[in-house]
Structures are given as structure tokens and as C-alpha cells.
Design a protein around this ligand. Sequence first.
Ligand SMILES: [Zn+2]
Length: 446
Amino acid sequence: MILYPYKMSEIQNIDLAITGAHILTIDETMKEYKQGSIYIAGNRIKWMGPDTEQPENFVVREKIDASGKIIMPVFFNGHNHASMSFLRGLGNDLSLDKWLNDFIWPAEKVMINPDTVYLGTMLSVIEMIRSGSGIFSDMYFFEDQVARVCEETGMRGIIGEAIFDFPSPSRATPQESMQFTRELHSRFQGHSLINVSVAVHAPYTCSPDLIRQAGELAKELDISANIHLAETTTEIDMIAGLYGKSPVQHLYDLNFLSERTVAHHSVYLSPEDRQLIKDSGTSVVTLPNSNMKLGSGACAVGELIKLGINVALGTDGPASNNHQSLLREMQQLARLERVVNYDPTSISAQELIRIATINGARAYGLDKDLGSLECGKKADFQIINPDQPHWYPRYDPYNSIAYAMQSNDVESVIIDGKIVMRNRVLVNIDEKRISKELKKKAGMLF
Ligand SMILES: [Zn+2]
């Protein structure tokens, strides 16, 4: 007979406990535990606190000693076209409109199908998990294949079938894309890993009626809507010519901007536009590498934050970036912001990390569950090994993450309470099989 020092009714079953780590919670107060533990039951954080206060009535199935490691939330990739890894390297050194019209859209017509979306997304998900991302928002075609990748790999995804006026590789009309969005929503409602968003391509590819209908669909389904907005001067000129106003004013007048709206890029915003974005509660996702590579400009991130606008971060697709590491994206945003403003104080290391984590969750209305480490929230975090030359001396972990950390420092990734990468090995992905299939498919296409 086994004698327990407490009543059986008080015993809590814990699936995974990680101890001894320096935990950066990224909660409202930026609370830290210098030597702390996280206990996970199912997919949620059951308990978190200093090692010295670990509860004794927990029966733990698996324990990981993370002494000397750093734990923080996974990075939140707020905008992507993940399967465009299939088009990476195609048509470089061009403006956005030339790149889209002359290379990307013609290539998508012949290359993009369910198989290439599946393989391309798989490739990007491998790159994202390896660099500490645990969720991405995707806007593309055959988004059921993106969901399939998430289910197979354990990655978290926000899927959005791209909606625009002309036929897409997956749907003949915008109405079909809207209907498919409805189908995805009913199929994945309550899914532990997958959320659905209404993904409207841009004001210059969608008629006013379509934008209005898409906004109404998001309201009806009570989900987020996301759109490329105010990305280039070409777009600003085109919308001014068509409607006599700015793209932001155009969307505002169509009742599209609200707290459920996420606006990607937002490079060219007048003071009036900024006020409309703030007043409507719209979030912005900045994509600095894509903007730099395409020579589009730079989003005034520091100023938008000062106004009280929620700004998150994304990589954009791998064809316009050309990488999938949100860590690198955050580090380049830090530098770009300072170059543009001639001001090294315009954005702090802690603010950068919030932009790369909790702000993304807030943008998509998921911050009750995601974005920071708190009891009751979903267990989505990364274990980082800072025992590397580029981390020393470690005065401030936020500073090291914002300026010195490298993607390879991410040792393990936990999403929805499950280990998806353990000691740099992706546990649900047969990388050799994916690589073989990709080479075979690419050989057929190129
Ligand atoms: Zn994009």
C-alpha cells in the first residue's frame, strides 16, 4: 500500500513539467521568474512560479530540467503566404507591382495546386518552428492544405483563403472564396490549433462591394478579417485615382475597419489615416523585410505605438522576404526603426518582444489564450539555450533576444501543450520525406 502525504482528491495530474528555467512571461507587468517552473495539464498552463514554491501534490508524467535555459512565449507570425516558399527566388530586384504582375501571378497559375501548397507550407513551417514561431496567419489558396500541415506538425495556424476580384488558382470567383471561408470556419470551429480569418487581398484587387461583403462575413462569423493596406505609393495613387481618397479612408467608408481587422504593411498613412486606424481599433502588422526588399518604404511603428495602435509583426511570404524567422524579422525591425527615425530610443527591446508575441495574439483576438505565459493560458512557448558565445555577458535577456539571439538557439518548442521540437529535432515531421518530395516536385516544375 502506498501512503500519500495528502488526500487523493488534492492530487493534480500534470502532463509536462519544465523546471529551473529563467521564465519571461511577457504578461502585462513583464513578470519574470529567474529560476522557475511551468506545469502543463492538457494544453494549458496549470501552474507557474519559482522553483522553490513548486506544489507537492502534482503527479508529473514527464519532467524536463531546463536549468540555465530561457523560456518565453513562441513568436507570433502575424502575416504569411507560407507555401510561397515554392516561389522563393523567382523574380527578384523588382517593385511590388512588377514582381506580382510579371512573375508571381503567372507562376501561381501553373505551379500552385493542393500538392504544392501542402509541400510549400510544410517547408515554411519547418523554418518557422526551428526559429521559435508557434503560430502564423496565412493568406493564400487551398487553405485546407495549410490546415492539414498544422494538424500533422502540431503548428498553430490562422488560415484565410485569399479573396480578390479575379479567379484564383483555387477558386473561379470571389464568391466561391467567400463560401470556402464559411466552409473552413464550420469545419474548424473549436479546433485546438486552427482558427479561420477572412483574408481580403487588397483595396486595389477587390471591388468596394466585395470589401464590404467580406467585412460583413467576418462580423457574421465573429472572426478576424485581414488585408494588405497602404503598402506602396502605387497603391496610394491608384486608390486616389479610383475613389478620390486614401486606401484607409476607403476601407473605413466601406465599414471594413474595426477591432477585428488586421491591416498588413500600413506604410503610407496620413495623420488622418492613423486616427481612423486608432479610432476603429484596427491592428497593424508590420513586415519590415518584405518592405525593404521590395523597396516599398517603412511603417512608422514607434509612432503608431505611441498613438495607442496595436502593432504586431510578420514575415510575409517567403518569396518576398525571403526567410521565415520572426526572430530575424524583429531584429531587423529594431534597426530599421532607428535608421528611419535617427533615434535609438524610438522602440525598446521589451517593446520589440511584445510586438513579436502578445501584440500578434491581440491583433487576431486570441490574447485570452495566447501571446504570454500565464496560468490558464495555452502552453505555447520556446525553450532557448543562451549558453552560446553571442549571448555573453548576459546583462539583460530582452536585449540579447532583440539584438543577439540566433534562430539556432531555439532548443525546443511546445505548442498546445505538446513538444513539437525537442532538442532541435522536429518530432512530428519526417524532414527527409518532405525534402525528397519537394525536390521531386520542383524538378517537375523548373
Ligand atoms: Zn502579404
